[in-house]
Design a protein around this ligand. Structure first.
Ligand SMILES: [Zn+2]
Length: 241
């Protein structure tokens, strides 16, 4: 049996799949943030790494520059859900997939129609005033240059994304670990067995099989029970036809 056939069979037999959606799933969606070439381009243009710009201290001290970067390089390149996300939405509708834990901030799972998604690092669609709590949408941040202020109290509207150095909320960690503990199959997409995402949650997995689908081979792949390597938008519809 080929590795693709094996992964397909495990998914066909599974009853409660939980999916870990890594940053690699955003490739070929139009999102550029997690692309290696983009990080290099940003460093040469801004003189700082994406991680440095996406930090709490940069946000607090260089708020105007943060929002310029955020608007031009992140919000304007937020991509569209592709076959990876459409397949996940179909799996969930079929009752096969009980939930998704995503690390990307583009909300692609939700935009594809997935319902039970824990966006552990938040998404670009959630913004709120730290003072009065009023919520703002994606367009408000995009349109209010250079800094988006709250219409009620004039505080800076904060994108509800986790910046470098910040903790993921306890509530989200609890929801994610509870989901993983109920799964019989764990499907890891666009990530590796050694990633922060996988290592954070695999210890709560009590099920039988771990499946991994990623763009390139990694030395840690042997830790998964089934592995498919290649083009994610092509593989997903094949492993769950
Ligand atoms: Zn406010």
């Amino acid at each position: 049996m080929s590795s693709l056939e094996y992964v397909k069979k495990v998914l066909a037999d599974a009853e409660r799949v939980v999916c870990l959606v890594g940053r690699g799933t955003t490739f070929q969606t139009g999102c550029q943030l997690y692309d290696g070439d983009f990080e290099y381009e940003i460093e040469s243009r801004y003189g700082l790494s994406v991680e440095e710009i996406f930090s709490e201290s940069y946000y607090n001290n260089r708020t105007r520059e943060f929002f310029e970067f955020y608007r031009e390089e992140v919000l304007k390149h937020c991509g569209e859900p592709n076959a990876v996300y459409q397949t996940l939405a179909r799996m969930e509708q079929d009752g096969k997939l009980i939930g998704i834990i995503s690390r990307s901030i583009f909300g692609l799972c939700g935009r594809a129609g997935c319902k039970n998604v824990v966006d552990i690092h938040g998404t670009i669609f959630e913004n709120s005033c730290p003072r009065c709590g009023r919520k703002y949408d994606y367009h408000y941040i995009l349109d209010h240059k250079p800094i988006p202020y709250c219409e009620n109290c004039r505080a800076v509207v904060r994108p509800q994304i986790v910046l470098t150095g910040e903790m993921v909320s306890n509530d989200k960690v609890t929801r994610a670990t509870e989901l993983v503990s109920r799964a019989d199959v764990l499907l890891i997409l666009g990530s590796t067995m050694q990633s922060y995402l996988t290592k954070s949650f695999i210890k709560y997995f009590n099920g039988s099989k771990v499946l991994l689908v990623n763009w390139a081979e990694h030395y840690s792949d042997v830790k998964a029970d089934g592995v498919c390597i290649g083009n994610l938008p092509e593989i997903l519809p094949k492993i769950y036809p």
